[in-house]
Design a protein around this ligand. Structure first.
Ligand code: URP
Ligand code: ZN
Ligand code: ZN
Length: 459
């Protein structure tokens, strides 16, 4: 039995027309101005008045991540289900081995956890240290495991952070293996010293979190990572850019012709650092790294999207409950687990505050949330496109009406939503996952473990 989506406004990164899509055996089998049923048994989804675009690809999530003495509160099942409810049909999580642990062992741990996913998924590999076998293991990840992106942290000193010497070696090894280096750019030593100083001064509230990690500390690290990438000849993807300084560094690199890609996240586009002034420890919900920036940076990031400097918008979904998790840092902001939920609302937020606010058009929207991440991370054209043979991952988005985001109605396993009260235009009406309806009219029809690991090809 096939599935026919009729009369929708089909939007890809390049095209926009009213037409039909036919899916068979989990793949796109036909697309055009008019496609007929192939069998009387075909299921039909009437998409009249709705937008129809390729399923979202979120290039940056952390499900059940052991971090800062606890674990992110969505596991692969609940987190990927929330993703599907929001129109994201593929997530890319980050396997993070501890310092001293083998990459391949760390990867195996993540592959086991990820088996519960209801959506398709791929993995990045974190390189948290560099030892004798690291180069070979990076090579094995690329050649045999289908994992070709490697993230290192310049922050989180003393935990998963690396120093410049290690970063240099990681970039060389990753380049030789044909992989992509990803970077969390903040000056780890400066942050650690600022944190120490603030705590000694009795400045323990969440309000001081952004003060311990100023935007120029991110800007400097971004420039330094780009410089190391330049020297080593490596391609670099800068994750979760929050500020003008990081954007300027990426802009300079791109203008020079360096292969540098930039990612930002909805929280850095839509929130400002006033959130850290919330009373009753509520500012803790917004403690993430890098932090939410003062007013002004958001306009710069929107400009980065409009000008093409920003390549992708991911979420850095890494939820922690206020109760029992964020509370661990009630007397010391440096102990608040860093991260927040977001995987469910990326599409609705970017559609509402990007497309409907007149900042960019629908094609650019699809490119940002689906096609470009798929291309950067080697999932395209299987993901992020409607070419015949691509996976039939499809979002039917009803642009009419509006609703408010709330933790009381979201699917994410988290007691806070950092977009609480935000109004979004339209709604994800139906989500097709591998040719099957996985979400419709507000209800999920997904199966634990049905998600597939998507190996990325060796280039
Ligand atoms: O605060 C954040 N961003 N938590 C998740 C880990 C990371 O740095 O991406
Ligand atoms: Zn990070
Ligand atoms: Zn992250």
């Amino acid at each position: 039995m096939g599935l026919l989506i009729k009369n929708g406004e089909i939007v890809t990164a390049a095209e926009r027309f009213i037409g039909d899509i036919y899916c068979e055996d989990g793949k796109i089998a036909g697309i055009g101005l008019s496609v007929n049923k192939q069998s009387t048994k075909d299921e039909v989804v009437d998409a009249s008045g709705a937008l129809v675009f390729p399923g979202g690809v979120d290039p940056h999530v952390h499900m059940e991540l052991p971090f800062m003495g606890t674990e992110s509160s969505d596991d692969f099942e609940t987190g990927s289900a929330a993703a599907v409810a929001g129109g994201t049909t593929t997530i890319i999580d980050l396997a993070i081995p501890g310092r001293g642990q083998s990459l391949l062992e760390g990867l195996k741990v993540w592959m086991d956890k990820a088996k519960k996913a209801v959506s398709d998924y791929a993995l990045h590999m974190a390189v948290t240290w560099f030892g004798e076998k690291s180069g070979l293991e990076i090579e094995t990840c690329v050649r045999e495991e289908g994992v070709n992106s490697f993230k290192s942290f310049m922050a989180y000193k003393g935990a998963i952070g690396v120093d410049d010497d290690e970063l240099f070696k990681i970039m060389v090894a990753t380049r030789i293996a044909g992989g992509l280096t990803m970077i969390h750019a903040e000056h780890g030593d400066v942050v650690a010293n600022l944190q120490k100083r603030l705590i000694c001064e009795g400045k323990t509230e969440p309000y001081y979190h952004p003060i311990s990690r100023p935007s120029f500390v991110e800007g400097e690290a971004t420039s330094r990572a780009i410089m190391i990438a330049r020297v080593t000849g490596q391609r670099l993807y800068v994750v979760h850019m929050t500020c003008r300084e990081a954007l300027e560094a990426v802009t300079e690199a791109k203008l020079r012709g360096q292969a540098v890609y930039g990612e930002t996240c909805p929280q850095y586009l839509l929130l400002d650092d006033e959130v850290y002034k919330k009373p009753n420890f509520e500012g803790a919900a917004y403690v993430m790294s890098p932090p939410i920036r003062p007013k002004g940076h958001q306009d710069a990031l929107w400009g980065g999207i409009q000008s093409g400097i920003v390549d992708t918008v991911g979420t850095d979904h890494c939820p922690f409950n206020q109760k029992g998790q964020k509370e661990m840092g009630r007397d010391d902001f440096t102990k608040i687990p860093n991260g927040a939920a977001g995987v469910e609302h990326r599409l609705a937020l970017l559609y509402s505050y990007g497309v409907r606010a007149g900042k960019f058009d629908l094609n650019r929207f699809v490119d940002l949330v689906s096609t470009r991440p798929a291309k950067v991370f080697g999932l395209y054209p299987r993901k992020g496109s409607f070419v015949p043979g691509a996976d039939a991952d499809i979002v039917v988005y009803d642009p009419s009406g509006e609703s408010k985001i709330s933790a009381s109605t979201h699917h994410q396993r988290c007691d806070r939503n950092i977009y609480e009260g935000f109004v979004v235009k339209g709604r994800v009406a139906t989500v097709i996952l591998g040719g099957r309806v996985a979400f419709s009219n507000g209800s999920l029809k997904v199966d634990r473990g049905a998600g597939r690991f998507i190996k990325r090809p060796v280039k």
